[in-house]
Design a protein around this ligand. Sequence first.
Ligand code: LLP
Length: 854
Amino acid sequence: MKFGGTSVATLPRWQNILELATSRRAEGARVVVVVSALSGITDALKQMCGEGDKGKRIEAARAIEQRHYELLGHMELELPPALDARLKDLLALAEDGPAKLGELAWQAQVQAHGELLSSTLGAAFLSRSGLATQWLDARDCLAAVALPNQNERTKLLSAMVDARPEPALNARLAAKGEVFITQGFIARESEGRTVLLGRGGSDTSASYFGALLKAARVEIWTDVAGMFTANPRQVPGARLLQKLDYEEAQEIASTGAKVLHPRCLSPLREPRVPLLVKDTNRPELEGTVIGPQVREHAPSVKAISARKGITLVSMESVGMWQQVGFLADVFAQFKQHGLSVDLIGSAETNVTVSLDPTENLLDSDAVAALAADLAKVCRVKVIAPCAAITLVGRGMRSMLHTLSTVLAEFGQLRVHLISQSSNNLNLTFVVDENVVDELLPHLHELLIAAGALRTDDSALFGPSWQSLYGSGEVAISSAWWREPGQRKRLLGIAAEATPRYVYHLPTVRSQAQSLKQLGAVDRLHYAVKANTHPAILSALAEEGFAFECVSPGELDAVSATVPTEVPLLFTPNFASRSDFERGLATRATITLDALYPVEHWGELFRGREVSLRVDLGRGLGHHEKVRTGGSGSKFGLPVDQLDSFLRHADAHGITVRGLHAHLGSGILDPKHWGEVYGQLASLAERIGSIAFLNIGGGLGVPSHPGEARLDLAALDTVLRQVKAAYPHYQLWMEPGRYLVADAGVLLARVTQTKGKGGWRYLGVDTGMNSLIRPALYDAWHEIANLSRLGEEADGLFQVVGPICESGDVLGSDRRLPEPAEGDVVLIAQAGAYGKVMSSPYNLRGDTEEVVLDD
Ligand code: LLP
């Protein structure tokens, strides 16, 4: 068990250590406690080493002595003779100065005292508190190894230990006692001198001991519960990583996370000793377990990290192509200047490398000197300050297809270098440093939304930092179907028949009510294409919604259900003349989105007021197939045809009363609608006859756990702002998905399971015939075994239907309890674009719909 500087600095923290060590004893384990120096002491010792004046050194030693006396006082301990002796040693070292031992050996000896003192004090405290604790000199156990390229400085101040399991040491300790306390950070070299382990020293010591003793585990006790999917200071929604393998953890540690020093993992790999990171203040939290690789998780990005202060050196040479020795020449310069290279990118005539400030002393002089020497063999450009953003996860290459939205984000930036590590564990982008702070939380969100960071896998991803340490998670309303009464009801409904869609009207109503709070919106329409069930149409009519239809069939369905005074919109695309004739026969406001109807059927619309759908030149949405703007999409009149449209309209006495745009579905950024509104308003100013602006639907609902909801308050603010600039236009919207997605679930029944090629398949009695969204858009729907809600979810399943298509997969790599034939499986968020997009394929029969009114 390793405790850092703040964890050993006060009495309450030592009581904590006592409690934790005692509890491990109670579990039957023998314990080695590895401690750092009291917080601030190592720095004070370093400072003392830099002090040429003897008097000042003695003063510093006295201050350090005082710190330990104070803690002793709080512990109500008499000065233990061993501590007294060590303090005297320190004083003598301060008096002597480096003369006797030599500068570096003296420094090592002085700095080692931080840990020698804290461990001696700790031994006295623990023993006095009833936990008989032996003081152990780490230098008797950890032998530093001689390494090639080592100079005296690295040998003494940045030593390494070759720690292999040593049964003899284990036996020696077993003979002495059950609980030991020892020092982090120090070891002994072959000539018997004390050496330091360098940065991250105490963590590394703990690992060395873990490996030597082949411990059951190494526990690193610190001030945070473990490693997170991103730096919580930048991304409060970052999730605790509950399980990592050594390589992944090492990669995360070396690309930014400060919780663990990357060096401390390699000693544990071979003896396969697991390492656990725990929060000293919150021992009840699970923490992060790092261990040997086990293939039982969905492939996932595990973390995103950012390192700032990166310097890029770009080296250009026309003569480089296939020139033998060019790289050797340039890298020799880096060696010469003592600079260690991190990332490398190369082209025919260019090599660009990065210098990481954590590995290098990067002052501008060092870089300038390097550049000057490099300039002799090539053209050099230094690019700084940059930041390296790294995605970490085992099998990165197999995940590339899930990263399209993330990659698109980098498409907007100046990316200086992309590197994919040869161990297939990371993908790194080097960008300008100033974009990082804003970018990181956004990328973290995108990774979750894209299903690349699989937050749904509860075995891997724990709670968010915010929920553990922040002001609490933004309350996420739990799905209605999880409520015990509703669950029982759903099981009853499934017992009668499956597959079945079930719609929960109170959820529809409450979504409707939340949209009614948007003060700037003058009229809300429900885009009925999302779900045309009459009970839903009626509920939304009662809530005061108008309706948007895209076909004569939808107009008929709505007309048959909602009262005759409710306004309708008819917004077809590539509709036939007869479709328009049918639309014109209703009270609906007609929306045109092409030149053709006014050019060829102008007479049909004579004397009418119409709305015009324009293409604003871009599309947005959760998947390429639902983006309805831009030159690649079939929707809307391109703005350059606007004048022509208006001329035709004028010629036929048609008044363009409204402008309309809908860019896509599943948008979670509230700024989007403000932009659409602003663009439509400025077009409207040109036209003159416009009374209303319809900014479409597309309001998204998050589907992955932890994904942020659409911020309606922010949307309200954005819309009010634009409205204030254009108060003379009515503002209309037409959401579909937002109103009904969460209200609906699809119930199916487990038919059989199958194991094949490392996969486990869980078959249910319906698939893409009922719900095509996963097959068509890779859409992510939460899947729960309703019969076993709350049971331990151990297995990882491909949830598949019975349709003769390999795309008939409702969910991949879902963590679910062990299923049995007949279990009821619930597919969530199926209220929008579910039943309406179902098909008779394979003649599996119609999927029934059931409505719940409370
Ligand atoms: N207005 C127009 C003109 C539309 O084309 C749509 C949807 C909406 C409004 C409503 O969009 P919503 O608020 O539901 O996102 N089947 C896809 C969605 C396609 C949406 C087509 N148009 C899906 O399941 O995600």
